[in-house]
Design a protein around this ligand. Sequence first.
Ligand code: NAI
Length: 469
Amino acid sequence: TSSFNSVCCIGAGYVGGPTMAMIALKCPHIEVTVVDLNQQRIDAWNSDNLPIYEPGLDEVVKACRGKNLFFSTDCEAAIRAAQCIFVSVNTPTKKTGLGKGKAADLTYWESAARNIAAWSTSDKIIVEKSTVPVRTAEAIEKVLLRNCPQEGVHFDILSNPEFLAEGTAIDDLTMPDRVLIGGKIENDRGTAACAALCEVYANWVPKERILTANLWSAELSKLTANAMLAQRISSINAISALCECTGADVSQVSFAIGKDSRIGPKFLNASVGFGGSCFQKDILNLAYICECHGLQEVADYWYSVVGMNDYQKTRFVRRVVSAMFNTIRNKKIAMLGFAFKKDTGDTRETPAIDVAHGMIEDGAKIALFDPQVPEEQVRMDMGEEAMKSITCYSKPTEALKDAHAVTIMTEWDEFKTYDWRAIYEVMHKPAFVFDGRNILDHAHLSEIGFIVYALGKPIDPFLKSAEGA
Ligand code: NAI
C-alpha cells in the first residue's frame, strides 16, 4: 500500500483523465480527484458520454467513478485535500512573443502552480505530468515558494512524464514499458518523495519497470522520446519518396531493416505524416531549447524532422492532383478518416487538415467520413471558409458515392473491411485510391480496376504516364 491516500490531478484531458482513472482502479485505497477549469469537460467525465474516446476507458471510469474517482471543477478543495498533486494541463506551442511557433507555452502550468501555492495549507508533492521544457521544475519551485502565504508548507517537485499513446492509452497504462520518476535524488526529501510516488505505481507496475532519475533527465527524456519517435517516422517517410522513384517497396524495406535487433520492427510504417498534439510541439520545443543554449546545429537537425513531415503531406497532395490530370476542380474526393490516428477522435495536428486544405486550394469538393470525429470538430479545425468545400457524412457509402477518388487519412481498421468492389461500382472512372496509410490490399484494388497510389510503393504505370514521368 502507498503512503498517499489522497491525490488530485489538475487538468482533465487526454492524459489527466485516463492516467488518474488507472490509478483509481489499481489503488482502491487512494482517493483520486481530477479537476479542470472547463465545466463542460468535467460534466462529460461525470456523464455516460466521456469527453474523449479511448478503447477500454469507459469500463475503467465506470468501475471507479463515485467510489474513489471524482471529477470536479472545485480546484481549491481538491488541492487542499490532496497529499500529492499531478499537473497535466496543456503545454502547447507559443503562438506569440518570444519563441513563438517553437517554445512551450507554460501559461497554464504557471497558473496551476499559483493556485497550488495559494491554496495549500499542508506539505504537497507536486508531480509534473505535462510535457515541459527541461528545467521547468526549477521555475515551478520558485513560483510555489514565493507565492505560498502559509509558513512552513513544503513542496517537493517530481517529474513523471507520461508515455501513453492515444488509441492504446488503457493498455499502455495497464502495462507500461516503463514509468519514469525524476526528483531531487541528491537529498533525502527528494528521495522520499520519489519513493512515495514509486509506491503508488508499484501497486500494479513491476518494480523493474519503475525507473528513477534526476529531475532534468526525466524532463528531457520525454522530449527526447517523442523526438526520436517522430524522427523514425520522418526517416521511413523520406525513404518512401526514394522507393517511389526506384521501384523499391517501402514495406519490404521496413520489414527487412526491422529484423535488425538494433533497429526493431515498430514504428516503421510509411504514411502521409505524423500528427497529434505532441510530436511536432515537443520537437519544436526541444529544438528551441537547443537554440537557447547556442546549439544551432542540434536545433536544425531536429527541425528537419518536422520539415520532412511537412514535405510528406505536400508530396501527397501533389500526387493526388498530378495523377488526376492536374485538375481536381469540382471533383468529389472522398476522405476516409480525419483523426490523427486510429482508435481516437483526436484531430490535433492531424495531417488530414493540411491535406484537405491542399486539395481545397486546387478546387476539390471533399466528402469526409470519420467514425469518431464529429462535424463540429472538423469545422473548428478547418474553418468556415474551407467548410464551403467540405461535406461531412455519417455513412462511408454516402461519402464514396459518385466520388472520383478516395484518400485514406487514418488507419481505421473498418476501412479494410469495406466492400471495395461495390465502392468501385458507384464511383466515377477512372477511380483512384490514394492510400495515405498503406492499409488497404492494393493488389486486390488494382484487380477491381482502381488506380492505386500507396506511399513508397511502385507507382502504377497509369500514374506514371499521367505525371509524364
Ligand atoms: P488537454 O488539452 O486534453 O488537457 C489539458 C486540460 O487542462 C484542459 O482540459 C484544460 O482545461 C485544463 N487546464 C488548463 N489549465 C488549467 C488550470 N490552471 N486549472 C485546471 N485545469 C486547467 O491536454 P492533454 O492532451 O491531456 O495533454 C496534457 C499534457 O500532457 C501536455 O503537456 C502534453 O504534452 C502531455 N502529454 C500528452 C499526451 C497525449 O497523448 N495527449 C501523451 C503524453 C503527454
